[in-house]
Design a protein around this ligand. Structure first.
Ligand code: PMP
Length: 356
């Protein structure tokens, strides 16, 4: 017998590449191309280093207060974590605790099945339709909980709140998590449903619309009991997950709403321009409400384009799974970055068609 018989084996989530270097154009992990609020930068520069001697506020009270007031909810309705990955991992552990399978789409954030396997939660995937929309009837059955992002990743497809309400109405006895990592870029949030459905949890992140992927702040909003259940699990695991600089940066970001709105609008405008450019180059895609576009080309294979772009120092994301291998997920960058992408694509597609 070896110790290995008792090892918890998991196949880990594969994050997108994080290449470093001056000439790289990084459109592969849905980061924001613009810097975080200058107020956040100032706040962290002015931080008194002596405070680092002490443990942080385990309740992250100031950040929780800022988030609650931003969304017009009570402080006891907000849970914060180290990115929404941390929040989601805690939520899986807390709420998906049944023998029945949890449900999520077949094409979705590829961390969900990893957490299910890690925590030994049974799960079943429900196929999206041909246009990558959720078929709500798939969720009208017995289950151990439901999760999906809205807008979905990697497709960018946003589903109306009324459709989600139909799912909630048929699932009052399980936790339904809506992962709103990308909601600031388009579509309507499910926050309005919180008052009606005590089993709804909504997660958000500072990583995309707030340009703070490196800071690692995510949060969940739900009813007070849900948040308490989450905190009990979290405090049984690691009380001090939110470090002092990130708490300070998070509050400063929330306080600078003008900047947030301006940068978010720049990304949205560039996404809409990119849709036109990509269509002109022979790409098609589901209409994205997120800060990325999930596009396939009418003739050239996605894997080929992915490789050719990488050789030119332009990184996009390619997934080789069954229904997605024809697509590239392209994060929306600055106008200059997108122009460089379109120029590179033009060249690659011309060379490709000459070689064929
Ligand atoms: N949910 C979705 C749908 C995502 O795409 C991501 C980004 N990888 C996350 C959650 C997690 O983001 P973060 O941990 O940076 O908040």
């Amino acid at each position: 017998m070896s110790y290995e018989e008792n090892v918890r084996r998991v196949i880990p989530y594969t994050p997108g590449e994080q290449p470093r270097g001056g000439n790289i154009i990084k459109l592969n992990t849905n980061e924001n191309p613009y810097p975080p609020s200058p107020k956040a930068e100032r706040a962290v520069r002015e931080l008194d280093a002596d405070i680092l001697r002490l443990y942080p506020d385990f309740a992250a009270s100031e950040l929780v207060r800022a988030i609650a007031s931003y969304h017009g909810v009570k402080e006891d309705q907000v849970f914060v974590g180290v990115g929404s990955d941390d929040v989601l991992a805690m939520a899986f552990l807390t709420f998906f605790n049944s023998d029945k399978p949890i449900l999520f789409p077949d094409i979705t954030y590829s961390f969900y099945d990893v957490w299910a396997q890690l925590w030994r939660i049974p799960y079943r995937t429900c196929p999206l339709d041909e246009a990558f929309f959720i078929r709500k009837e798939d969720y009208f059955c017995e289950n151990g909980g439901i999760i999906f992002p809205n807008p979905n990743a990697p497709t960018g497809v946003w589903q109306p709140v009324s459709m989600i309400e139909d799912i909630l109405q048929k699932n009052r006895d399980v936790t339904v998590i809506i992962d709103e990592a990308y909601i600031d870029f388009g579509g309507e949030s499910c926050l309005s449903l919180l008052a009606k459905y005590e089993n709804l949890l909504i997660t958000r992140t500072f990583s995309k619309s707030r340009s703070m992927a490196g800071v690692r702040i995510g949060y969940a909003i739900g009813n007070k009991d849900m948040i308490q259940y989450l905190n009990h699990v979290k405090f049984s695991f690691n009380s001090y997950t939110m470090n002092v600089p990130s708490l300070c940066l998070g509050v400063a970001s929330i306080e600078d709403d003008d900047y947030f709105v301006r940068m978010r609008d720049l990304v949205v405008a560039e996404r809409e321009r990119s849709k036109k450019e990509l269509t002109g180059l022979g790409f098609s895609f589901p209409d994205s409400m997120a800060n990325f576009i999930f596009a396939r080309h009418k003739t050239m294979q996605a894997s080929e384009i992915f490789k050719a772009l990488k050789e030119k120092g332009i990184y996009v994301r390619y997934f080789s799974g069954p229904r997605v291998r024809d697509y590239l997920r392209i994060t929306v960058g600055t106008r200059e970055q997108m122009d460089a992408l379109f120029a590179a694509l033009k060249q690659i597609l011309t060379e490709g068609s000459q070689g064929a």
